[in-house]
Write a protein that binds this ligand. Structure first.
Ligand code: TTP
Ligand code: MG
Length: 398
């Protein structure tokens, strides 16, 4: 969908289409036009039936495959789909290329994820009298330079820009102005409004509120039932506030979890996997120049019972070995050493921008990272992972 009206709208939301799957198609042109599903493959390249779909190309979505769906279900819906393991480093590199293009147009970018962010044009009225055209140019340049398609929504608030982007998908551009806002937004189901999850949706349904228009017309009831949350919903439905994104825009946590190839109660199978997850979290913290001081370990056992344990530290944990020590100590507090484990996860939160104090350590890390980028993940490995015997790992992005 392309709207080519001439107008200045100050906020754009940009989101890459089927990001992981599109990168895979870009890296391997023979996958173009094919249903590509990221997930369901172990590090050795063997197909497995565990874990969930990280993302699916639009060709696969036609068969009903969606993010978060169990792999076995995706295989049933799309037996001829191309299932791939995924490669976070590539996704990171592509994301960087995309945001480098964006940076040429505005320095005011709030990147909320690897593949999405808000672009602000306030103050650029003279330079860009027509932000619809600029958004089109950005999409075009991303297509030409990076080879990916991005959808963009434009609006007068973050909420309208985000909704416009969702409606424009895939490979589209939609501008929501004061002139067309009500006709586009009001008929939508309330679930399209950021801040309305399944719980709020159920409460609203009980009040006979199913569309955004109902919500706007029943301001008193929602404020009565939902308090401040209700008032905020009303404001974002009327397109005049940005409240839902003020906190959420910043990355709050970085985590990895993995479903094992087989359930296990062997330390020498589980711990190297936990270490590998710590290594990836640590890598991403460094790449994003962040430190963390709160850590959460998740353990799911063979009965699917899931437990988590969290610990916060006064100072950030700044070395991989320390992160692993924290993770393993939390893990052992959750695990009785007998129960078979199905999944482990580690999440780092309370993130802060990294100071450059420890230059020496930073240089070592950067060199390790460069080696990994050049020669592949396996080139530098901790002695700890060498102790893994023949335990295979299944690494899925969840
Ligand atoms: P999204 O932007 O939510 O999804 P998408 O880019 O695949 O598809 P589209 O935007 O066109 O609807 O997420 C961006 C990437 O983040 C996605 O390609 C895979 C990853 N991801 C996960 O790993 N797990 C998840 O649960 C979700 C939603 C996304
Ligand atoms: Mg996306």
């Amino acid at each position: 969908m392309v709207v080519s009206t001439y107008m200045f709208l100050p906020i754009a939301h940009l989101d890459l289409d089927a990001f992981f799957a599109s990168v895979e198609q870009k890296l391997n042109p023979s996958l173009h036009g094919k249903p590509v599903i990221v997930g369901g493959v172990d590090p050795q390249g063997r197909e497995v039936n565990r874990g969930v779909v990280a993302t699916a190309s639009y060709e696969a979505r036609k068969f009903g495959v969606a993010s978060g769906m169990p792999i076995y279900q995706a295989r049933k819906l799309c037996p001829h789909g191309v299932f791939l393991r995924g490669n976070f480093k590539e996704y990171h590199a592509f994301s960087k290329r995309v945001f480098n293009v964006i940076a040429k147009y505005t320095p005011f970018v709030e990147q909320s994820n690897l593949d999405e962010g808000f672009l602000h044009f306030s103050g650029f009225e003279e330079l860009y009298p027509d932000t619809v055209r600029i958004a089109g140019q950005i999409r075009q340049e991303i297509k030409e330079v990076v080879g990916l398609t991005a959808s963009v929504g434009l609006g007068t608030s973050k909420v309208t820009a985000k909704i416009a982007c969702d409606l424009a998908k895939p490979d589209g551009l939609l501008a929501i102005s004061e002139a067309n806002r009500e006709s586009i937004i009001f008929p939508l189901p309330v679930s399209k409004l950021p801040g309305v999850g399944p719980k709020t949706e159920a409460i609203l349904k009980a009040l006979s509120i199913t569309t955004i228009s109902d919500l706007v017309n029943k301001k008193e009831s929602i404020v009565h039932c939902l308090g401040k949350h209700g008032a905020n919903l009303y404001l974002s439905a009327t397109g005049i506030d940005n409240i839902w994104f003020q906190e959420g825009d910043r990355i709050k946590s970085i985590g990895r979890s993995t479903t094992f190839l087989r359930n296990s109660n062997e330390k020498r199978y589980i711990l190297p996997i936990l270490f590998k997850l710590c290594d990836e979290v640590f890598d991403e913290l460094w790449l994003k120049e962040l430190t963390a001081s709160c850590f959460t370990v998740t353990l799911r056992d063979h009965t699917f019972k899931t437990r988590t344990l969290e610990r916060t530290y006064g100072t950030p944990v700044d070395r991989l070995r320390d992160l692993y020590e924290v993770a393993s100590s939390l893990f052992f507090s959750l695990w009785d050493k007998k129960t078979h484990v199905r999944l482990v996860g580690i999440r780092a939160s309370r993130l802060r921008a990294r100071s450059d104090d420890d230059k020496r350590y930073r240089r070592i890390f950067e060199n390790i990272y460069k080696l990994k980028r050049k020669y592949g993940e396996g080139i530098v490995t901790s002695a700890l992972t060498l102790d893994s015997g023949n335990s295979p790992m299944e690494q899925l992005f969840l």
